[in-house]
Design a protein around this ligand. Structure first.
Ligand SMILES: CC(C)(COP(=O)(O)OP(=O)(O)OC[C@H]1O[C@@H](n2cnc3c(N)ncnc32)[C@H](O)[C@@H]1OP(=O)(O)O)[C@@H](O)C(=O)NCCC(=O)NCCS
Length: 195
């Protein structure tokens, strides 16, 4: 339900921004998702657990479940560029209808699309979805100390740095901080000139 008591439409149709559109995860794209799932560099940037190769069989079971039985508090999207290419994934997780908060993340898996504003457009669309469709009051995200691109994008989108979990992450023989960021509905609406 959103704040108006309407049922949330869980990503069963495409939604579009200026440069990207979001669709639900599609079984026919499983090979692309598998490639990104088994990419050590992406894993380092978007996953707090160390890279561990997953067999196609294991991944298929997990992906099939995500497509056919998505969790009620998570929404996963494919990100398609406006030239029709599947370029990445976006998600909303830990959705609490009562507290109207969630967490969010984006991975542009196709490196050819990095640094070309696709992340920015995907972020705008994801935030519109969280605040306008899901009726969230607060969206949170986490950044790893070494992931400058994500941190910059999150700050560009208006998230405020709320705190740090010191030396949370052990990578490459070093402990790194994890930072917590939050964006409130009021700040989102003001930034869009919606009030
Ligand atoms: C982080 C990510 C989503 C950014 O997407 P993108 O399409 O490359 O970013 P954009 O071109 O839209 O850039 C938007 C802003 O992000 C920041 N940014 C993007 N790439 C950057 C880089 N290599 N270094 C520093 N800042 C960067 C900048 O602030 C940039 O604005 P600017 O160009 O005016 O400086 C993308 O690099 C990615 O998917 N990385 C791998 C997975 C990941 O880290 N996900 C985040 C955790 S869930």
């Amino acid at each position: 339900m959103n704040q108006n008591g309407q049922m949330i439409a869980i990503a069963d149709t495409a939604i579009s921004g200026e440069m990207v559109s979001f669709t639900p995860l599609r079984m026919e794209n499983i090979y692309r998702h598998f490639e990104w799932n088994n990419d050590p560099e992406l894993n380092r940037l978007d996953n707090e657990m160390p890279y561990k190769e997953e067999s196609f069989g294991e991944f298929k079971k997990r992906f099939e479940r995500m497509v056919t039985h998505p969790s009620s508090n998570t929404v996963d999207f494919e990100i398609h560029s406006n030239d029709g290419t599947l370029i990445g994934v976006a998600y909303v997780a830990d959705i609490s209808e009562h507290n109207r908060h969630c967490t969010a993340g984006i991975t542009i898996g196709d490196r050819a699309y990095w640094g070309r504003n696709y992340g920015r457009d995907a972020m705008n669309l994801l935030l519109d979805y969280c605040f306008e469709e899901l009726g969230m009051h607060r969206v949170a995200t986490e950044t790893f100390e070494y992931n400058t691109a994500w941190k910059n994008l999150v700050e560009w989108a208006g998230f405020k740095r709320e705190g740090v979990e010191q030396e949370y992450l052990f990578r490459d023989g070093v402990f790194w901080d994890k930072e917590i960021y939050g964006l409130l509905e009021g700040d989102y609406r003001a930034s869009r000139g919606l009030d």
